[in-house]
Design a protein around this ligand. Structure first.
Ligand code: FAD
Ligand code: SF4
Length: 564
């Protein structure tokens, strides 16, 4: 196909504007590189577009979800599990759901902002228990980048001296709320570590941004820029350098190559007109999210790269993992008829529980952390569902309204988020038949949890039930059975897909080297969750950004040295 190509030859083309793409753009433009960024979604600026201060009654829908805003119409997200014209498929028997954002900043507009570093053990799992693989880099390699991400973006937390949960450069954390103090008391009794949360919300003015005013609406996007999103902290400052050309509604189709087998740019669809275009660049950085970057590699086939560009190892799409997850909520009678008080805070828990057990005492490898929820935030659409299960709850009219008031805030919930070990049955590949509305072949997912994950999730369920019992509470749902998978969330549901373009020292088993540079194509890089060799008992985004910063600086060094 003859494509309309950009007359300009950019230094770098970045695909995707989320956590990884934003960080790469920030570093590269500051170093003077001429960068073009392709973003499949539309423009979004939280200081202008956020619904941060809207009340549910301001909308006839009362904030209920829509197809493109599955977490509610006030949520900052544009995207979801099911995007018009952009299908994906699942192999028979596979349960896997793929969340995709389609907006400037990607998922960083409405993510939970839980910002955890991986610990030293998380980079060397195989050395410790023989499972999966070690990373080609260590915590010490990444620690300086974590520090700089902390300083650049701003994060609150507390330094606790926990060996595999390293601290950071923290703003003071907000105080626990009432229900969190009850949880903490129960956790202390049961020997479960419970400490201040670590979230990328600033509690002091930071780099020209205002401190958080505790409206609890982080998921809607913060109008005062007090939490992190890729546009407010990375992309808009990058644009101020005059070095960033931003092309929104630009859906990348494939990476093009020259006669020497190097990347020469990226072809894309201009979604507004449906026309195919091409942008020329000396270096290509894929940051379209782990699975989408793998899709781009696999779809960039040529006689030189018959399995897709940078995929001589066959590892692209393989080693796909998601975080394990399950939730339990309980009714806490001592919180009924609460004294009304203001417990506003950040949009998320003020405490969390990092992994606290030595695996030698357990029948499963690796760990999980616990996220805590509850409290008295603004009621949203559907709140109080299931009130008939509370003692004397339900009915009609005045009694029902009184019950809503009495019981509001008397539920506490726990969400476990744990480490899955990569396995040969969990991967994505190109579907041989199905294409999206622009004719781009789509991904087909394969997925299987192993016994490791089921046992881990069983432990989560037991722990959460014990915590609720210790609080004098009641869980309305029975303990799920093995046949019910202990209520493990389906693959993809925790939205932490990683590992599809993994890094490694051996080009036969990995796509990228230790600098996230493709083994096969030296001017091609990946800067999202694809390079991860393993999950951890932590959410991944702080590590995505530390890695992206390191990768972008490596590009800067190589450009200076004349090797790129
Ligand atoms: C509700 C929710 C809560 C979360 N909570 C947390 C949390 O608390 N802590 C945590 O660490 N992580 C959390 N995550 C995960 C976190 O959002 C992701 O790990 C992170 O955003 C990944 O960054 P990324 O740059 O790889 O991808 P994304 O942020 O998804 O950005 C990718 C971008 O690439 C664009 N794109 C995709 N395909 C193409 C294409 N072909 N051409 C051009 N552009 C393309 C997309 O439109 C998107 O803007 C959460 C996610 C969600 C949805
Ligand atoms: S809680 Fe703080 S960071 Fe979150 S939206 Fe409100 S002001 Fe912004």
């Amino acid at each position: 196909m003859q494509l309309k190509s950009s007359s300009k030859l950019y230094d770098v083309c970045i695909v995707g504007s989320g956590a990884g793409g934003g960080m790469a753009a920030h570093v590269l433009t500051r170093a003077g590189a001429d960068v073009v960024m392709l973003e499949a979604g539309g423009y979004w600026d939280n200081s202008r577009d956020s619904a941060m201060l809207s009340w549910p009654y301001q909308s006839p829908r009362r904030g209920a979800s829509t197809r493109e805003r599955p977490f509610g119409e006030f949520d900052a997200c544009v995207g979801g599990w099911d995007i018009e014209g952009e299908p994906y498929t699942r192999a028979e028997g596979t349960q896997f759901d793929w969340w995709r954002a389609r907006m400037l900043g990607g998922r960083t507009n409405h993510w939970g902002r839980i910002s955890l570093r991986f610990g030293p053990d998380d980079f060397r799992g195989k050395s410790l228990d023989g499972l999966g693989d070690d990373w080609p880099i260590s915590y010490d390699d990444l620690a300086p980048y974590y520090d700089r991400v902390d300083r650049l973006i701003g994060i609150f937390g507390s330094n606790e001296g926990l060996r595999n949960h390293p601290g950071g450069v923290f703003h003071p954390p907000p105080k626990p709320r009432c229900y969190e103090l009850l949880v903490k008391r129960a956790a202390d009794k049961l020997g479960v570590t419970c400490i201040p949360a670590r979230m990328s919300v600033i509690t002091k003015p930071h780099n020209g941004r205002a401190a958080c005013h505790y409206c609890g609406q982080c998921g809607r996007g913060c109008m005062t820029n007090s939490n992190f999103s890729s546009p407010n902290t990375l992309i808009f400052p990058a644009r101020k350098t005059g070095k960033l050309t931003l092309l929104t509604n630009a859906m990348a189709r494939e990476v093009s190559t020259d006669d020497a087998g190097l990347a020469s740019g990226v072809s894309y669809v201009d979604k507004r007109t449906g026309t195919d275009r091409h942008v020329r660049a000396r270096i290509v950085v894929l940051a379209a999210s782990a699975c989408e970057s793998a899709r781009l590699l696999l779809n960039s086939r040529s006689s030189r790269f018959p399995q897709g560009i940078a995929n001589s190892s066959g590892a692209a799409g393989k080693y796909l993992t998601d975080t394990t997850g399950t939730d339990v909520a309980g009714f806490i009678p001592k919180m009924v008829n609460h004294v009304p008080h203001n417990e506003d805070g950040v949009g998320g828990g003020h405490l969390y529980m990092p992994w606290w057990i030595d695996n030698k005492k357990l029948d499963f490898p690796r760990g999980y952390h616990v996220e805590i929820w509850g409290g008295l935030g603004v009621p949203s659409y559907g709140f109080g569902g299931g009130i008939h299960r509370y003692p004397s709850g339900g009915g009609y009219g005045k009694n029902l309204k009184e019950d809503y008031r009495r019981y509001y805030g008397s539920t506490v919930g726990f969400s476990g988020r744990g480490e899955m070990i990569p396995n040969a049955d969990s991967y994505c590949e190109i579907d041989p038949v199905v294409k999206d509305k622009w004719g781009i072949p789509v991904l087909r997912f394969h997925w299987k949890w192993s016994e490791h994950e089921y046992k881990q999730v069983k432990h989560m369920q037991e722990t959460f039930r014990a915590l609720i019992a210790e609080m004098g509470g009641e869980v309305f749902s029975p303990m799920p059975t093995r046949e019910q998978g202990y209520s493990i969330a389906a693959g993809g549901r925790i939205i932490h897909e990683l590992g599809t373009t993994r890094m490694g020292n051996d080009p036969n088993t990995s796509v990228l080297d230790r600098n996230c540079q493709a083994h096969d194509v030296r001017n091609l890089f990946v800067a999202d969750g694809g390079p991860f060799v393993s999950q951890a008992d932590k959410n991944p985004t702080w590590t995505i950004m530390a890695l992206a910063m390191r990768t972008a600086e490596h590009i800067v060094e190589q450009r200076k040295g004349g090797t790129l």
